[in-house]
Design a protein around this ligand. Structure first.
Ligand code: NAP
Length: 469
């Protein structure tokens, strides 16, 4: 007997994969809907929720991290369940979820970094932004990653907010680091760093810098660093100067104001230097096994027929000696079997959030995507709210064409039985709160916002210890 889905007796059952902002906003949109009764089960790889809010937002941006309180409220809603420490594709498969739920929403972010596609990218000392950001934020998978901070210069390729986050973190003094929630082992390594100069390198000009003032505004306040840019770097080509003249682009104008404000600065030998370089494309990472430098080709800019600014290479080459190279040139999603990957955008292939089948290229019944996995790595945390609501609206548009079997037992029991049958040690939201409480307590001892657990083992141990009393 088929029944209508979305009623009290037969709620809409939705699995959300990932517990970052886009996943929580999708859950909220479903659970707040007054016409459709939904149950939401959120599956998260780590025992800890909040995705990039915990593992991506820079640790000197604690104010931004406080958005997690909004997600706690969503997690406290009726019919919401959190299953942490459950790896999608391994502990629970797509097929199992399709059998158990009416719909899946992928909120998996864009976890792979884009490569620069140049020689030497795999040398020791060449890292993705992903690795470094995850390491300084205490992601358990990156606890053992080694960064050689003994060299005097680090180069960051790319000029977005992630590049600026990395530059700021590398520039923090031990005192500034101590006020953040950077884990203790990272704090020790950063505090003894030998880095004197951090270079950020963009392939286009200052007007095309991708960062915003959320990344630059603290730079002048850094106690142990001075930001510099050679005034020559800020000279605008005729075509781009015209763009500026007619522009209302707030980000572009603010970025230029920031760069002009630092153009009179001189390096201070008692401080670190953060140097901005423009119109240079990376050519090759130099060295033997270890990075010793990065060569660049100098670019010129031109405007295409649609008014977009591109770079074209000149014959001029430059080299920067350095021991560390970070590529911060964007992210792409990790592909999922059975679902089409959009290689150009680095996303799960989708039409307005409806996922596309790998072979048929048609939209896949009951599978949806939100956040970076839907639109690519762009926007700020708040961008995810309307984005997730838009996808949930598509799901609810599709719902009237679905019917389902009546439930023989509660969805909570079904999921629990499935995970128990595989002996998965899942972490419900109340157990995450035990982890969080212990992190805050240890943080208070160390006079910092929290001291993060950086192994899953330690997280599970503290839950067990609390429950044993
Ligand atoms: P992004 O803003 O897209 O910046 C990527 C940078 O990489 C651009 O400067 C881009 O230059 C450059 N690039 C791309 N391919 C390149 C190549 N092959 N060679 C050299 N340079 C290359 O990406 P993101 O910094 O990873 O940030 C992702 C999103 O997260 C953004 O929306 C960002 O605003 C957001 N975010 C926000 C915050 C915050 O609000 N505090 C913090 C972190 C991240 P072109 O422009 O020339 O392509």
């Amino acid at each position: 007997m088929s029944v209508v889905i979305g009623s009290e007796s037969r709620p809409l059952r939705v699995a959300i994969i990932g517990s970052g902002p886009s996943g929580f906003y999708a859950a909220e949109s479903l659970l707040k809907n007054s016409e459709i009764i939904s149950e939401v089960d959120m599956f998260e790889y780590l025992p800890t929720p909040y995705g990039l809010v915990r593992a991506g937002v820079a640790p000197d941006h604690q104010q931004i991290k406080s958005v997690s309180k909004v997600y706690d409220k969503i997690a406290s809603m009726d019919r919401f369940r959190f299953w942490g420490n459950v790896q999608f594709g391994n502990d629970i498969t797509r097929e199992e979820l399709l059998d158990t739920f009416d719909a899946i929403i992928y909120a998996i972010g864009a976890q792979s970094d884009r490569a620069m596609g140049i020689d030497g990218e795999t040398k020791i000392g060449s890292h993705s932004a992903t690795e470094f950001v995850a390491w300084y934020n205490g992601h358990p998978d990156y606890k053992e990653t080694l960064f050689d901070l003994s060299h005097e210069r680090a180069v960051i390729v790319g000029m977005g907010n992630v590049a600026l986050d990395i530059a700021r973190v590398l520039a923090l003094t031990p005192e500034e680091i101590a006020k953040t929630d950077i884990p203790h082992h990272v704090q020790e390594q950063l505090s003894s760093s030998n880095i004197k100069e951090i270079c950020l390198v963009a392939r286009r000009g200052p007007l095309q810098a991708a960062f915003t003032n959320t990344g630059t505004k603290e730079i002048p306040e850094l106690e142990g660093a001075v930001a510099v840019v050679d005034p020559e770097e800020l000279k605008l080509e005729n075509n781009t100067a015209e763009i500026l003249k007619d522009s209302n682009d707030k980000k572009m104008i603010q970025n230029l104001q920031f760069l002009e404000s630092i153009s009179e600065n001189q390096p201070d030998p008692s401080k670190r230097t953060i140097r901005f370089l423009f119109r240079r494309s990376p050519q090759e990472i130099l060295g033997g096994d270890h990075v010793t430098g990065l060569s660049f080709v100098v670019n010129e800019l031109f405007t295409d027929d649609e008014g977009k600014i591109h770079q074209t290479m000149t014959e001029d080459l430059e080299t920067l000696d350095c021991g560390l190279v970070f590529r911060s040139v964007g992210y792409k999603v990790k592909p999922i079997d059975g679902i089409q990957f959009d290689a150009k955008r680095g996303t799960i292939a989708n039409v307005e959030g409806r996922v596309i089948h790998a072979e048929t290229s048609e939209t896949q019944r009951g599978e949806y995507v939100v956040g970076w996995a839907k639109r690519g790595a762009s926007g700020v945390i708040g961008t995810n709210k309307p984005d997730s609501i838009a996808t949930v609206d598509k799901l609810l548009e599709d719902l009237p064409s679905w019917t389902g079997e009546p439930l023989v037992r509660s969805q909570a029991e079904t999921v629990k039985t499935l995970l128990d049958s595989k002996e998965i040690h899942y972490v419900p939201f109340e157990d995450w709160k035990i982890i969080e409480k212990a992190e805050h307590e240890e943080g208070a001892v160390r006079e910092k916002p929290r001291e993060k657990f950086v192994t899953v083992h330690d997280m599970i141990s503290v839950i067990k210890a609390e429950k044993l009393g």
